[in-house]
Write a protein that binds this ligand. Structure first.
Ligand code: UD1
Length: 426
């Protein structure tokens, strides 16, 4: 029998003190998992976050022909076994649960020559088309038909092409990159996305035997190799910059001093500079970051942009920080216009925010006031948890399955920093 959904219950907390280890990145591990479709054998991923989306991607890969299992003794180690007999079909029931399921398209097409994929779902914050994925693959010789909610792609063998994106799409870059691995000839992707998670994917591919140049830059060059010439590897997942930012935001709204083991300053530089403008002191260390936060932060303006700009995924956290900072800050969303839905929930906690199209104007108040709220998606859910740390009384967050999709023990990690937070049966 299913138990009632849990809630997260938060009381005003802080100052926070202590150390947390930042888990591996959701937006990397899911892509790495999909990429194991390219080679037979057992791939081992380490520093894998224990999150619901990893299990969902595991179910999808299982349906295609790759089995996934946690290592019996080693912590956060995932083993993926590609048995070689792949069924290149990604069914609706699995695909609609995560956007990253679209990442099986490139590997399956290049390896099997055909794919049938349900059109993807994902977070509920606006339409997320796949036209750039398809246009890029068409330039490499693929043909597409869309029928009954499924995309069918075919290409006996893809060929290299020069592809210039209008916009550096993360997902499209990843699909073209993986598809190009077995294409005949050279593929050049211009205006490629250059998020740290894409560099992680490139490094993973190179370790497997692929030929990729320009890693970390906006021009990726892939020289195709023969099908069957890759081999499985052991690879450590890059740390999650969004989870790292969540703990910094938590310290920001409560004050205090924390250390984030494994956090990468160079992966978050633009955001961290803004945090410094807000009064935080942040020091890069060999194995992480140390963060000191004042009693009250100052407001600043923030605009989201593709990497190395400030990621759209940080935005709910930034809005929450501004909600209790001193002054007025303007946040501009340049990627997903619909991504201000959580603002109504923050307003229920007493935040003074007005939105207009792509902009949110946030007038800081000294503290928020606890109330029941609902998590609308992963990042906004985490932001509501952070808001609860700065709210008098009790904040009860429902819809926490969203948070569990992308956060590895958020409650436990915040408790370790001294936050008054728990999961409670609904
Ligand atoms: C990924 C991340 C997501 C993050 C986003 C931007 C994963 C699982 N998700 O999503 O958390 O917020 O990058 O950093 O890694 N677009 C098109 N046509 C396309 C592809 C994209 O119009 O073919 C548009 C999208 O609708 C969106 C924008 O481009 O407005 C960004 O999309 P993209 O960079 O592809 O993001 P995702 O890979 O979906």
């Amino acid at each position: 029998m299913d138990s009632a959904p849990e809630h997260i219950v938060v009381h005003r907390s802080g100052p926070l003190h202590g150390e947390v280890t930042v888990p591996g990145a959701k937006n990397s591990v899911l892509k790495l998992m999909a990429t194991t479709l390219l080679t037979n054998g057992v791939t081992t991923l380490t520093n894998v976050p224990d999150i619901a989306d990893v299990a969902i991607m595991g179910d999808l890969l299982d349906a295609i022909g790759v089995t996934t299992a946690w290592h019996p003794t080693e912590h956060r180690v995932l083993q993926l076994t590609n048995h070689g007999a792949l069924t290149p079909v990604a069914p609706y029931e699995l695909v609609e649960r995560i956007r990253a399921s679209i990442n099986v398209l490139g590997p399956l097409l290049t390896r099997c020559g055909t794919v049938r994929l349900s059109l993807p779902g994902g977070d509920d914050f606006g339409s997320r088309p796949i036209d750039m994925h398809m246009a890029g693959l068409e330039a490499m010789g693929a043909t597409f038909t869309i029928e009954h909610g499924y995309v069918e792609a075919a290409a006996d063998r893809l060929h290299g092409a020069n592809i210039t994106f209008d916009f550096p799409s993360v997902g499209a870059t990843e699909n073209i990159l993986t598809a190009a691995v077995f294409a005949k000839g050279t593929t050049v992707i211009d205006n490629a996305a250059r998020e740290p998670e894409i560099a992680d994917l490139c490094n993973f591919l190179v370790a497997m035997g692929a030929d990729v140049e320009g890693i970390g830059s906006s021009t990726l060059v892939v020289h195709g190799v023969e099908r069957g010439s890759l081999h499985p590897v052991t690879h450590e997942v890059v740390p999650d910059r969004i989870q790292a930012a969540t703990y910094i935001a938590a310290a920001g709204v409560t004050g205090g001093e924390i250390r984030l083991r494994n956090a990468r300053y160079d992966h978050m530089e633009m955001l961290l500079r803004r945090f410094v403008d807000m009064g935080l002191s942040i020091t890069a260390q060999a194995d992480g970051l140390s963060v000191w936060a004042p009693e009250r932060m100052r407001a600043t303006d923030v605009a989201t942009l593709p990497y190395p700009g400030i990621a759209t995924d940080y935005k709910p956290l930034v809005v929450t920080m501004l909600a209790v900072a001193d002054g007025v800050g303007i946040v501009t969303e340049n990627l997903y216009p619909g991504r201000f839905r959580y603002v109504e929930e923050l307003q229920r906690l007493g935040a003074e925010i007005s939105t207009d199209g792509h902009h949110a104007v946030v007038r800081g108040v000294p503290h928020l006031s606890g109330a029941p709220v609902r998590a609308p998606d992963i990042r906004a859910g985490a932001a509501l948890v952070v808001a609860g740390l700065a709210a008098t009384g009790e904040t009860v967050i429902s819809g926490i399955h969203h948070i569990d999709r992308g956060y590895d023990d958020l409650v436990g990690r915040l408790r370790a920093l001294g936050a008054d937070i728990e999961r409670r049966p609904g």
